[in-house]
Design a protein around this ligand. Structure first.
Ligand SMILES: *Cc1c(COP(=O)(O)O)cnc(C)c1O
Length: 385
């Protein structure tokens, strides 16, 4: 049986284990050596070569989940994305990149690309036409994010992949928000899929890591740059990540189910003026999301009605934490206008659709009734104040 035929939860539970040949223990041994035999061995192993036993085997799990040939694991999502960009872009090359993008990726492009002489264009929107319009003769890579942060817009992943193929331009996607449980971009024709493993892969808000998957040829190319930049992940954390990923399917499916229930409930709530979730039939790209995702994900955003102070709302929540990060098993919220989009002027924020009333909600595994109760008690406390 090939790895592709295995179900997601089986891959999570079994693929990429390091066998304990010596003692036959149930779980992967942790290989902490930074020094491996050099003479008469096929593979020169070294942590910064991304090829210790734990690194090599966990990469197999991540590749299997994404239906990719190969994967490489990094010390953070940003190490993954920066190394991927620098592997395929050099001086004089051009990147087309979606306008609604993770803030750290935007900073990397704006602050570092000029130093390398790499050109870039942010698209005007998130449709395939927007991507096509941004292409130049020296475009070497198209990078997208779907669903996007924080408004959960959906880009036609198949169409962007086809656009890339027709023009011989590589395509990459940040699949952090969906995770391979809800979206497998390689199956949709995308060349390179990256993750902040800090989010759903880790899932317990205690790991910082990243990964890129793709063909063996592309991952080898990334490896050539990765060994120079040195963004590898310590084997202790690789081991923790393997442990976390055994429940990736269970966690993300439970969180996705909760998110749909919460989105439907918030959508009818008298004190919530708007809900952004691709699983709602009212979402403009609902059908597109359905055609390319296996589930709609566990991230959503909503706007509080104008009479409610969004800062006070977050302070009054008891169960749901306000948190910089996302995708843990615990539900968290954040105000994009105070965090990821704080550097924009209020007018710039309005132009990209981010109001001061907007709350981004990372839905966890809690019982939905308790999440609803928490939101209601917080609203009650700040009403008429
Ligand atoms: C968090 C995040 C990143 C960056 O990952 P780090 O692990 O923090 O370096 C990239 N993309 C998305 C969508 C993210 O949420």
């Amino acid at each position: 049986m090939t790895k592709k035929k295995l179900g997601t939860n089986t891959i999570c539970a079994h693929i990429g284990e390091v066998k304990d040949e010596q003692f036959k223990g149930a779980v992967s041994p942790m290989y902490l050596s930074s020094s491996y035999e050099f003479l008469d061995v096929d593979v020169k192993r070294y942590p910064r070569y991304f090829n210790t036993p734990n690194q090599e085997f966990l990469a197999k799990k991540i590749a299997a989940l994404e239906h990719a040939e190969a994967a490489i694991i990094f010390g953070s999502g940003m190490a993954a994305i920066s190394t991927m960009f620098l592997a395929f872009l050099q001086k004089g090359d051009h990147l087309v990149v979606q306008n609604t993008l993770y803030g750290g990726t935007v900073n990397f492009i704006k602050e570092e690309f000029p130093k390398y002489g790499i050109e870039y264009t942010f698209t005007d929107g998130y449709t395939v036409e927007d991507f096509e319009n941004a292409i130049k003769t020296n475009t070497k890579l198209i990078h997208l994010e779907s669903p996007s942060n924080p408004l959960l817009t959906i880009t036609d992943v198949r169409a962007v992949a086809e656009l890339g193929k027709s023009k011989h331009i590589l395509t990459s996607i940040d699949n952090t928000f969906a995770s391979p449980i809800n979206q497998k971009p390689i199956d949709l024709g995308i060349d390179l899929v990256m993750h902040s493993a800090t989010k759903y892969f880790g899932g317990h808000s205690d790991i910082c890591a990243g990964a890129v998957t793709g063909s063996q040829e592309h991952i080898d190319k990334i490896w050539n740059v990765a060994k120079n930049l040195g963004g590898s992940l310590s084997d202790m954390t690789v081991w923790m990540l393997e442990r976390s990923m055994k429940t990736l399917g269970l966690r993300v499916k439970a969180q996705t189910k909760n998110a749909l229930k919460m989105a439907k409930w918030l959508n009818k709530h008298p004190k919530i003026s708007k809900v952004f979730y691709p699983g709602l039939k009212s979402h403009p790209e609902y059908k597109l999301a359905k055609s390319q995702m296996e589930g709609f994900g566990a991230m959503l955003s909503f706007e509080l009605s104008d009479d409610l102070d969004s800062y006070q709302f977050q302070k009054k929540l008891k169960l749901i934490k306000s948190s910089m990060s996302l995708a843990g098993i615990e539900s968290t919220v954040i105000s994009p206008h105070l965090t990821s989009h704080a550097l924009l002027t209020p007018e710039e924020r309005r132009n990209v659709g981010i109001s001061d009333q907007l709350i981004r909600f990372s839905v966890g595994i809690e019982d939905v009734k308790d999440l609803k109760r928490d939101i209601n008690q917080a609203i009650k406390k700040i009403e008429n104040k």
